[in-house]
Design a protein. Sequence first.
Length: 286
Amino acid sequence: MSRALSWLLGGRRPLASHLLLAPASLWLLFLLVIPAGGLIALSFAKNGAYGAIVWEFGLQNYRRAFDHKYLPVLFRTLGFAGATTALCLVLGYPVAYFLTFRAGRWRNALLVGLMVPFWSSCLVAYYSWMIVLGKEGLLNTALLRFGFLSAPIGFLYTPFAILLGLVYFYLPFTILPLYASLDKVPRSVIEAAYDLGAGRWTAFWKVTLPLSLPGAVAGCVLTFIPCLGDFLTVEILGGPRYYLLGNLISNQFMMAQDWPFGSALTSILLAGLVGGLWLYQRWEKA
């Protein structure tokens, strides 16, 4: 079987290779490329009465997207995404380092434990955090019992709750690329640094950290880009005061029935995501 697949995909039978790639290509075409193209086309239309779409093309939706009324939402989205990425990097690097160099025979079990949050719905996780962060929740109860608080604090519907939920969900997206990058660091290079007189910290700063930078950049990209479009975390843990770009887009489609404006916002977000991935690929090839 392996010889047959190698022969089919080896270039001798390009038609067979195209046939094998056809299902995935058609899947991407009909469920990604065509919907994205329709969304971009819709972003240039106008919104009519009662949510009707008027196919009169113009740039009014894009001008409206950059109006001063919506700029705070954009800046808030960038702020939360940047803060989440920074926290995930600071928290994730020690975890990835421990998994690579210190976990030993427990490494596989810890990696499985790292993926456990993805085995359940994110809704279950966020509602669990609501139980923990509520005024009568576990966190307030513990702080009151140990004397750190004299009255309950409203942790919910605050920037703290939003950051906590985002970091909780996206932390594995940072740890796994870091772990893969650190695992590829040659142990012989680190041992050579020790033989040349470098201490543990010097070897880390001069050898391990520079060689793991591709994983750090990949983890930041995989964290920052999904955070830009996240809306469920704010919807459950943040409330309407801290709406992000994802919540604004969701409201335009589901409540305001202004699909052209929602499409324009989505197109801007999509352009940012594609641009970020393009810059990352350019950096990786450089």
